[in-house]
Design a protein around this ligand. Sequence first.
Ligand code: SF4
Ligand code: FES
Length: 245
Amino acid sequence: MPIFTLDGQNIPFEPGQTIMEAAMAAGVYIPHLCWYPEYEPHGSCKLCSVKVNGRLCSACTFPAAEGQEVVLNSEELQQLRLRLTQMLFVEGNHFCPYCEKSGQCELQALGYYVGMTDNHFPHFFPKREIDASHPDVLLDRDRCIFCGLCVRASRDEGKHVFELAGRGIETHLIVNSATGKLGDSELGASDRAAHICPVGAIVVKETAFRVPIGRRKYDHRTIAEMSLEEEAPLVRRRHDAKEEG
Ligand code: SF4
Ligand code: FES
């Protein structure tokens, strides 16, 4: 197999794989929020930023190539990931201590992973609409980080319930229904799109706080450990499925 190096470690890859896919399959965690192995990459959060032969790239979209020298953990890139994470916190309204996703939230877990101890930037406190119109699913836009995973999941399910609209700080999540309300959309509680949100923006009702503190996903394990355990096998499965078909 061809190889590239990541922080000096040899990473084998299959032609067509991205740097993210190859690294995860090799057991090397690259921080990410908008990437999930089952969906096409979105390339929006930039937390997967690496330097490839000295050039800044998104590992989730950049194709792996023989002989590349990839840097992940330089001081500069660690600082960049910290600032990007802090920006995500101040751009939305995230109140971890009483959020039902606390302990199971990828943004919160990433905050711990990158060593975030303050927000660094002033809070935006944006005004965003909460949509509780669906009988089974709550949409709390305050917590949305615009990763687009619900958009891709719903699109792949053939329903197209969610879409991102606007640009920059005006970006917002819209719902495909006559009224724009989730309750009038085709979303079902068992849809993948209702469960893929990495933060607490889309949550299934009447499931909050069921897992006690101490037994939540990230209470004892880091996002790096959980991601490698859960997502690395999906990278391999997706690659095998592509090969077969
Ligand atoms: Fe991502 Fe969740 Fe926002 Fe959808 S609602 S874009 S999954 S953060
Ligand atoms: Fe690569 Fe979000 S994970 S840009």
